[in-house]
Ligand binder design. Structure first.
Ligand code: ZN
Ligand code: ZN
Ligand code: ZN
Length: 75
C-alpha cells in the first residue's frame, strides 16, 4: 500500500515538527491510492486496498532550541 513519508525536524525538547511530506507509491494495481490502479476498477472495495498505510516519519534535521509550542509556552 501507498504511504506518506513525513520529513520532520527534531528539537531539543524532544518534540518533532513536520516540515514536508511526500507520497510513496507502491505501484500495485490492487491499491486504490496508486497511480497504476485502473480508474475503471470494477469492485474496488472488494479487491483493492482502500487507504494509505500509516505515515512514516523521517527525521531530516535537528533544530536548535525548543519547538514552536515549547518556545511559546503552549503545551
Ligand atoms: Zn498503494
Ligand atoms: Zn480497485
Ligand atoms: Zn517541544
Amino acid at each position: 500500500m501507498c504511504y506518506r513519508e513525513v520529513f520532520q525536524t527534531r528539537y531539543a525538547c524532544g518534540h518533532e515538527q513536520p516540515t514536508a511530506e511526500r507520497k510513496v507509491d507502491c505501484n500495485n494495481r490492487r491499491c486504490r491510492s496508486s497511480s497504476v490502479h485502473p480508474s475503471n476498477c470494477a469492485v474496488c472495495h472488494a479487491t483493492c486496498a482502500q487507504s494509505f498505510e500509516r505515515a512514516r516519519p523521517i527525521v531530516t534535521a535537528v533544530g536548535n532550541g525548543l519547538c514552536y509550542h515549547c518556545a511559546h509556552g503552549v503545551a
